[in-house]
Design a protein around this ligand. Sequence first.
Ligand code: BTN
Length: 255
Amino acid sequence: MTEYISSSLIVEFLPEKYKNLPVTVFKSVDSTNRAAKDMAASGHNLPLLVVADSQTAGRGRLGRSFYSPAATGIYMSITIGGFKAPQNAVFITSAAAVAVTDAIIALTGKSPGIKWVNDIYLDNKKICGILAESQTREDGIAVTVGIGINVTTSDFPPEISDIAGTLGADVPRERLIAEITKNLLDMCKTPEDTTFIEKYKKRSILLGKEINYCFNGKGKSAMATDIDRNGGLVVKNEDGSYTTLSSGEVTVRLK
Ligand code: BTN
C-alpha cells in the first residue's frame, strides 16, 4: 500500500530510544484519535502513534470538527498509558502545546504562540489544535493526544477562513511528527517536572491581555494573569477577585 506519509521515515527521524514505537499510518481515516483510542481499548501496547494523510471526521474540542484535507496537514494521535488519576493526565494538553511549539521553533525558526489551552497561533491565525481524550484500561488511565497542524493548507472553508492560518514551512511532515512525538514522550517520562509550564507561559498569547470568558453560561471580562502548575488559566475579574479556569469549562476570547 502506498503511504502518503511514510511510517519508516517517521521512525528514521525518531531518536534511538523511541525506534520501537508502533507507528500506524493511514492514507485516510475518520479520526486518528478514534483509531488510536480503539487500538488502546483492544489492549495494544502503549505508547503508540497513529498518523493520517487526511481525516474524514477530524474531531475538535467542544464537539467541533477539524478541517483535515489531504497532503497539506499533520493529523497525529499519540496514546500514552499508565496515568494513575485523571488529574495526572490534565497536564498533557499543555505539555503537547509546548511539544508542538518546541518542534516548530527547532525545525522552522518561526515563533508560534500558545492560546490557552490548546491552540497554536502564528501571525494571529490558528495553525494547530490539540484534543486530549482519556480512557480507562486495566493498567491505568490512557490519554490520547490528537494534534492537527495546517502545514501548507491554504484553502480553508469560509466558516474558518478568518481564524485559520498555516505554518507555511518547507519541512517534511515526517520530521515534524517525529520531533513532536519525541518532545511529548520525553515530557511524559517526568510528569512531576513542570518546567515546561515556564515555556508555556513565555509563549502564551493571553497573559497580560484583557479577555472575555464564558463560565457556567455567563459571560465575564477579566485580565489573564498566570498559568498555574496544572495548566489552569488564572484570571483577575473586574471586581478584583481571581478565578482559575480549567480546560473544558470555558471558552476564552481576546477582547
Ligand atoms: C481543536 O482545535 O479543537 C482540536 C483539534 C484537534 C485535531 C486533531 S487532528 C488529529 C486528531 N484526530 C482528531 O480527530 N482530532 C485530533
